[in-house]
Design a protein around this ligand. Structure first.
Ligand SMILES: Cc1cc2nc3c(=O)[nH]c(=O)nc-3n(C[C@H](O)[C@H](O)[C@H](O)COP(=O)(O)OP(=O)(O)OC[C@H]3O[C@@H](n4cnc5c(N)ncnc54)[C@H](O)[C@@H]3O)c2cc1C
Length: 410
């Protein structure tokens, strides 16, 4: 069954040079770098704060942060000064300080930010993207832009505009599971801050692992210590084969994630001698979605690029983090190292649709490449690259596609 929506006049809220959709690590990076380069920027974010998985998702460590300059270094240094950086391998941070720090960036740069605003549909003239429709408490409005950067994680705008995409493994389409993170307090004083899982190894000596896996189907959980003594994040819950771009499945996975968290606390009691009397300090606002659409771009980062450490003439980010696959239909994790590979600007430019870019986990790459570049240090870096390139393309009077071609041929 369907209903035909009446054609209606939609007010144009504003016209901007660069419109960033999604305020996670990639969107934040894109908006800040474009604004610093002098562009007029609007950023729309569906939630009430910036940071995406950093903040809504209760995530740490900030992987692939240490080798990047720019915003990666700035955030690390500013969080350190606030006593909000440290913990496991000197790579974790306090989410609340992160939220307030990101606010300071966008307000001091006068970026036009709209929170509580969903980017819903692209505005197209044939294959030319002119802007997007947004939906929020003010109703439906349009924002027009020279270039739209889709940083929604899921490639919502690109997919709805008709850009081609893939989901999951090349062989069978299966994709990585979701995880609901959670924060504990009361961790035993003296707990080794880099000890991810000895508590789990002891737990499975006390109760058959088969029983645990029937409740929480993942055998490599991580206890990630935070900068503040006694606090840690737990990455353990796993919800397999539920798709983050399907509202019903996303809802069901969210309830299941919280059910698994309740179960986790029953198990923590059995290893009280290892952990201490830990308690639930915080639940995330959203479940963590590892993988949905990978929008196919001018260049697809291949498995060979990852294995061979391909260097690109138009690189926007160098990835060092290893390939980290939470197996789609099993309880294991598969990890492998690589020599380090580049993300070219071309993999941020979708096929078919003009004036559109992507940044973050929805860019163009293989299943395995994505399993490396999806970490937040790289998403932030590619966002920075996208914002700078979009501004340079506008200033040079070229489309982003022809600007990227020029860079490659230089
Ligand atoms: C459970 C889990 C654990 C992880 N652990 C780590 C880790 O330890 N370290 C690490 O570095 N990385 C980790 N990752 C990977 C990393 O979190 C993500 O790949 C990364 O956050 C992607 O960044 P992004 O900006 O592309 O997307 P996101 O962080 O998902 O941000 C997307 C933003 O867009 C907004 N949005 C979405 N759709 C719309 C729309 N239509 N309109 C407006 N706004 C919209 C969202 O609200 C969100 O703020 C983990 C991921 C998961 C799921």
């Amino acid at each position: 069954m369907h209903i035909i929506r009446k054609a209606s006049k939609i007010p144009v809220r504003n016209r901007t040079e660069i419109l960033v959709v999604g305020g996670g690590p990639a969107g934040f990076g894109a908006a800040v770098s474009a604004a610093r380069a002098g562009a007029k920027v609007t950023l729309v974010e569906q939630g009430g704060l910036l940071g995406g998985m950093w903040t809504f998702g209760l995530l740490s460590p900030f992987f692939d942060n240490w080798h990047h300059d720019g915003l990666n270094r700035e955030l690390r240094e500013k969080l350190s000064l606030r006593g909000a950086w440290g913990g496991r391998k000197e790579m974790t941070f306090d989410q609340n300080e992160m939220v307030m720090l990101l606010d300071e960036y966008v307000t001091s740069l006068n970026i036009d930010v709209l929170l509580y605003t969903m980017g819903t549909e692209p505005i197209l003239d044939e294959n030319l993207l002119k802007g997007i429709f947004i939906q929020n408490k003010s109703g439906t409005q349009a924002i027009l832009a020279d270039i739209v950067i889709d940083c929604t994680g899921d490639g919502d705008i690109a997919a709805r505009a008709g850009a081609p995409f893939k989901i999951g493994r090349e062989t069978d389409g299966a994709f990585q599971p979701m995880t609901m993170m959670f924060k504990i307090g009361g961790l035993r004083k003296g707990y080794n801050r880099d000890d991810l899982r000895s508590w789990y190894d002891i737990l499975i000596q006390r109760i058959p692992e088969k029983e645990i896996l029937a409740e929480i189907p993942y055998n490599n959980p991580a206890l990630i210590t935070l900068p503040r003594q006694g606090e840690a994040l737990i990455q353990w819950t796993h919800i397999q084969q539920t798709l983050g771009t399907n509202a019903e499945q996303l809802t069901a996975a969210t309830f299941e994630g919280r059910r698994q968290i309740r179960k986790a606390f029953e198990y923590f009691k059995l290893v009280r001698d290892q952990l201490g009397d830990v308690y639930l300090l915080d639940l995330p606002a959203v479940i963590g979605v590892r993988e949905t659409r990978r929008i196919i771009g001018e260049y697809v980062i291949s498995d060979e690029d990852v294995k061979n450490g391909t260097v690109q003439p138009d690189t926007v980010c160098h990835v060092r983090f290893g390939v980290d696959i939470h197996e789609p239909c099993q309880t294991e994790q598969t990890c492998w190292k690589h020599p380090g590979f580049d993300i070219p600007l071309r993999s941020l430019i979708p096929l078919k649709i003009e004036n559109l870019m992507t940044a973050g986990r929805c860019i163009s790459g293989s299943f395995s490449a994505h399993a490396a570049y999806r970490v937040t240090g790289d998403c932030l870096k590619m966002g920075e690259g996208a914002g700078a390139a979009a501004t340079a393309a506008i200033r040079s009077g070229r489309s982003i596609r022809s600007y990227a071609k020029m860079l490659r041929e230089k």
